[in-house]
Design a protein around this ligand. Structure first.
Ligand SMILES: C[C@](O)(CO)[C@H](O)COP(=O)(O)OP(=O)(O)OC[C@H]1O[C@@H](n2ccc(N)nc2=O)[C@H](O)[C@@H]1O
Ligand SMILES: Nc1ncnc2c1ncn2[C@@H]1O[C@H](COP(=O)(O)OP(=O)(O)OP(=O)(O)O)[C@@H](O)[C@H]1O
Length: 289
């Protein structure tokens, strides 16, 4: 049996960093939501006791460095699974983009193998395992919309924001998350109001949500890559309701409510960015089947 699993990308509507922890990670407080831009993961049982990664994207490693490989290895070791699996990754989410592509592939692999190998784990158990792979993996196990705290692995679900379009534009650079956190100057942070963002989402107040988007990592990445600021400016000029960099970047997203504006913004951005997408926010959380 071949199993197909969808691995959606995330954006951060609000991302605050509270302090640096003794273990080197940063204590964060963020609002994350999944969007309808997804990789597809195909899981095929193998007769031998191996994990094989198949990916036709030259930026995606096809060995133990792949987060989907690490997800399969973790399940095999923890639950003594002797079966093998071929994990084929059909990539749509831009790589090293701030959209949690690798983390979502790992999360989808956890959900899929739980089913393929009849492990009977709950989403909570899979999210806990996911945290061992990366900070964004727990959220990606659930999807939907959530407040993430700790180093990003503590998840509290909240309702989805009101429906809208999300325009994404990724400049042709990749960003190292570790480097961005390293270059963050904690003393000069202007903190976004994460609680107010949560309240605005619960009240389904689209205009308020737009006025509250904020990401403390944005300034750090912009300093390294001025094209991020340029794309933000363009997106604002073409009429997006709110514009922000996602995660550690460099992808910039814009929220757009009216269909009539969408084409104009999309066409305008295509002029100077290869990777531009127009997708919907995804309201629902992932289920186990
Ligand atoms: C920027 C975000 O994507 C926002 O959602 C996440 O905070 C990063 O999540 P991620 O890519 O899954 O991060 P990980 O793979 O766990 O960590 C990569 C590196 O980023 C830094 N890192 C990550 C998360 C965090 N809360 N504090 C950190 O300082 C650490 O140096 C770590 O070695
Ligand atoms: N399945 C995968 N897909 C993409 N990249 C992967 C994968 N597994 C490992 N990687 C490695 O991880 C690096 C970061 O890729 P990824 O697309 O996950 O970044 P990101 O979107 O910035 O993640 P985040 O938003 O969680 O910080 C890549 O450069 C790549 O070498």
């Amino acid at each position: 049996m071949k199993l197909l699993v969808k691995a959606p990308a995330k954006i951060n509507l609000s991302l605050d960093v509270l302090h640096k922890r003794p273990d080197g990670y940063h204590e964060v407080k963020m609002v994350m939501t999944t969007i309808d831009l997804a990789d597809r993961i195909e899981l095929t049982p193998l007769p031998s006791d191996t994990i094989r990664i198949v990916s036709h994207n030259r930026f995606v490693p096809d060995d133990h460095r792949n987060l989907a490989y690490q997800a399969a290895k973790l399940l095999k070791e923890r639950f003594n699974v002797r079966d093998g699996v071929a994990i084929s990754i059909i990539k749509t989410i831009p790589v090293a983009a701030g959209l949690a592509g690798g983390s979502s592939d790992a999360a989808a692999t956890l959900r899929g193998l739980n089913k393929l190998w009849n492990l009977g784990l709950t989403l909570d158990e899979l999210a806990e395992l996911g945290a061992e792979i990366g900070s964004d993996v727990s959220f990606c196990v659930y999807g939907g919309t959530a407040i993430a705290t700790g180093r990003g692995e503590k998840i509290e679900h909240i309702p989805a924001p009101p429906p809208c379009w999300v325009i994404l534009a990724k400049p042709t650079i990749g960003v190292s998350t570790a480097e961005v956190y390293r270059n963050l100057n904690l003393a000069s942070i202007v903190h976004p109001d994460v609680d107010a963002m949560v309240k605005a989402i619960k009240e389904q107040d689209y205009n308020k949500i737009c006025s509250l988007v904020g990401n403390v990592l944005e300034e750090v990445t912009m300093k390294m890559h001025p094209e991020v600021a340029q794309i933000k400016e363009q997106m604002k000029r073409f009429g997006a309701d709110a514009v922000l960099m996602s995660g550690s970047g460099p992808t910039v997203f814009g929220l757009v409510r009216h269909d009539s504006r969408l084409q104009r913004i999309y066409n305008g951005l295509r002029g100077f960015c290869d990777q531009v997408f127009a997708v919907r926010l995804l309201g629902e959380r992932n289920s186990l089947d």
